[in-house]
Design a protein around this ligand. Structure first.
Ligand code: ARG
Length: 461
């Protein structure tokens, strides 16, 4: 494709440089946003009398036709074009002649690309949030079905105290709700319009930046023309929000991977969301979750790419910034794929309540409650802790649990123990005694569930 800036040059650009320089293979996906931005710009140019009204109209109609033709596949992108901006403008001029050449008045590709990226990220955030909200609803549904599914809570991956699957799942609900909040904040902060910043120093034409900002649904124009074209903090913020979201999905995935193992067998994935081995006929592998864990590293890499790209750049635009798109689009695409797959995988998994309960019944998960029993009878916590520690050691030596240890052994260690200790250390008692706000008892989880549901209900797409 002939270069629009060819005037100053006496030679064609080297073919390798051309291919090296071209971004259309990855910025082509911004064509709807590029065209939408150009329509707003042309409208403003016409209204301000910077170009003739008839030309503005021709431009707008031409752009609408180009949009429809790309949408329908009748117009294919020229892979030799420098970028999407050049491609659309050249196609417009090819179609409508001289009027097309007026579109770029009072504009630079620098404010144009800064606009397009903001527009597409705004759209993508809305889509990611929709997927995330669906996932949140799935999680709440699972939680609601498992308020009495007792499982071990862990620290250091050692059985620690009893919780329920509902409580465990709700922990992720809150994390994902904060992720949604971060996406929302990012969208709000990036919603300022860079159009009119020109290459870096505005323009001498009497443009109306308020008009283009409001035509494109922005809160206001970016207040500083240098800032408008030279920062990509909004890409970094989004990549950061997505990295954290992925980290949450990855931690959950790691647990799913463990829970499907023969050692745990807490859950069984639906056959549609697991894969087999090419050699071992018995295998059913949780590939989806492993890929999510793997892709998390990739998204964190995208964030690092963006931060490293920016850190040494003098104001204003530098071509390094063209590298923003592949990184942020990759982060978006991977996150979307992961949420889309994770959601139905969770919705279809089967929970093995008995295995969860059996795991909670072992491992002295009620030892804290045994100590608390003595505290409630008047002993200082540290003494109660020590006595219970000795009882646990005795159980281990004799192959018993606190539930099966005879009362005489309890009393040998501390005469305060009575028959009621067995009731105090029963799993249900240990669980439902944890009534503190935010705790795992059925009553506390009910309050939590209602709060989570209300928070999800309030989310605006
Ligand atoms: N393709 C370029 C990018 O993505 C568009 C902006 C080009 N601006 C320039 N002055 N060369 O950043």
């Amino acid at each position: 494709m002939a270069k629009m800036w060819a005037g100053r040059f006496s030679k064609e650009v080297d073919e390798t440089v051309n291919a090296f320089n071209s971004s259309i293979s990855f910025d082509g996906r911004m064509y709807p946003q590029d065209i939408r931005g150009s329509i707003a710009h042309a409208t403003m140019l016409g209204d301000c009398g910077i170009i003739p009204k008839e030309d503005a109209e021709k431009i707008i109609n031409g752009l609408k036709e180009i949009l429809a033709d790309i949408d329908s596949g009748t117009l294919l992108m020229d892979p030799t074009a420098e970028d999407i901006h050049m491609f659309v403008e050249a196609e417009l001029t090819k179609r409508i002649g001289d009027a097309g050449k007026r579109l770029h008045t009072a504009r630079s590709r620098n404010d144009q690309v800064a606009l397009d990226v903001r527009l597409i990220l705004r759209d993508e955030i809305a889509e990611i949030r929709k997927l995330l909200h669906a996932l949140l609803r799935t999680l709440v549904k699972i939680a609601e079905e498992h308020t009495d599914t007792i499982m071990p809570g862990y620290t250091h991956l050692q059985r620690a105290q009893p919780v329920t699957l509902a409580h465990h799942i709700l922990a992720y609900v809150w994390m994902l709700l904060r992720d949604d909040g971060r996406l929302c904040d990012t969208a709000k902060r990036m919603n300022y319009c860079p159009l009119g910043a020109g290459a870096l120093a505005g323009t001498t034409y009497p443009i109306n930046r308020q008009q283009t900002a409001s035509l494109l649904d922005f809160t206001a124009p970016v207040p500083n023309s240098l800032d408008a074209v030279s920062d990509r903090d909004f890409c970094v913020e989004l990549a950061n929000a997505l990295s954290l979201l992925m980290v949450h999905l990855s931690r959950f995935s790691e647990e799913i991977i463990m829970w499907c193992s023969w050692e745990f067998k807490f859950i069984e994935l639906d056959d549609a969301y697991a894969t087999g081995s090419s050699i071992m006929p018995q295998k059913k592998n949780p590939d989806v979750t492993e890929l999510i864990r793997g892709k998390t590293g990739r998204v964190i890499g995208d964030l690092t790419t963006l931060l490293s790209m920016l850190k040494g750049l003098p104001l204003a635009y530098n071509k390094d910034m063209q590298e923003d798109k592949e990184a942020i689009f990759d982060a978006i695409d991977q996150a979307k794929l992961c949420i889309k797959t994770f959601d139905p995988m969770l919705a279809t998994m089967r929970v093995n309540k008995d295995r969860m309960r059996a795991a909670a019944a072992q491992g002295f998960i009620n030892a804290t409650d045994c100590a608390d029993y003595l505290v409630k009878k008047g002993l200082p916590f540290r003494d109660a802790y020590k006595i219970t520690g000795s009882l646990v050691a005795k159980c281990i030596a004799e192959g018993l649990t606190l539930e099966t240890l005879p009362l005489s052994s309890y009393q040998a260690e501390c005469p305060t123990f009575g028959e009621d200790v067995y009731e105090a250390i029963a799993l249900e008692t240990c669980l439902n005694g944890r009534i503190s706000e935010g705790g795992p008892s059925a009553a506390a989880v009910r309050v939590q569930l209602d709060a989570a549901k209300a928070a999800i209900e309030e989310l605006k797409a």
